[in-house]
Design a protein around this ligand. Structure first.
Ligand code: ATP
Length: 243
């Protein structure tokens, strides 16, 4: 479980400070697909970065499975972070490495050579056939699928996704969201998904936090849409969309 309790995060700015999050308390359960929505600047990315301790809270506590990551030594934190994968809007793939090498990299950093694991992950995101290509030869959706495979290569219990579909068109967005739903089904991963796109959160999340100006404006169950976008025939989807 991820538990934030009365978390405030301020960034110094000149002589004053910007408060990105103000007294936020929430819990994310294991295996949940949890959304974080809000307008630009509402504190979504900051909340996500607090979970793997890329940011430290100014006050309050962030516990992951009961553990305060801020209390760990740098070495312990590095080990702990292996259990928390991350996916970004701009994919962050290494341009000079092949698809295979990009996915293998987190394992190599742990001195693990597991080509079978890399291929399993590439199979899972349906990119095995592209393993010898470089990122510049891929579409945006393909790059994001590779980035997801890379994040999964070390089998994290938690996957943090920061606007993973914001650089993608609608059809590709649904493909990537379908993969994230499959990740949760197949591996039981807890997924925290930041997006400003309400339909992305609506299509996939169990619950969502709504942020406004750094405050937790609402914490809500998400009711799935009657028909998932991308599911059903074109005629069904067109009728649903237009009705
Ligand atoms: N490292 C930083 N230094 C100073 N201010 C920061 C820093 N990171 C975030 N902020 C400020 O904190 C506030 C929240 O930023 P954050 O990136 O969390 O919002 P967001 O909801 O993710 O926005 P967006 O959707 O535009 O990415 C903003 O006012 C931002 O300028």
């Amino acid at each position: 479980m991820i538990a934030l309790s009365h978390v405030t995060k301020s960034f110094p700015q000149g002589r004053s400070a910007v408060t990105a999050l103000q007294d936020v308390s929430l819990q994310i359960q294991d295996h949940e697909l949890f959304g974080i929505v809000g307008e630009s600047g509402s504190g979504k990315s900051t909340l996500l970065r607090l979970i793997n301790h890329l940011e430290a809270p100014t006050s309050g506590t962030v516990l992951v499975d009961g553990q305060d990551l801020g209390a760990l030594s740098p070495r312990e934190l590095r080990v702990r972070r292996r259990g928390i994968g991350m996916v970004f809007q701009q994919f962050n793939l290494l341009a000079n490495s092949t698809v295979f090498d990009n996915v293998a990299r987190p394992l190599r950093l742990q001195r693990r050579r597991e080509p079978d694991t890399v291929m399993q992950m590439l199979d899972f995101v349906k990119m095995a056939g592209h393993r010898h290509k470089h990122p510049s030869q891929l579409s945006g959706g393909e790059k994001q699928r590779v980035a997801i495979a890379r994040a999964l290569s070390t089998r994290p219990q938690i996957l943090l996704c920061d606007e993973p579909t914001s650089a993608l068109d609608a059809g590709t967005t649904e493909e990537v969201m379908a993969i994230l739903r499959d990740v949760r089904e197949r591996f039981g991963t807890t997924i925290v998904l930041v997006s400003h796109e309400l339909d992305v959160i609506k299509s996939s999340c169990d619950r969502a936090a709504v942020l406004a100006g750094g405050h937790l404006a609402a914490l809500t169950e998400v009711t799935p849409p009657p028909l998932r976008r991308g599911a059903g025939s074109y005629a069904e989807r067109a009728t649903e969309f237009l009705a």
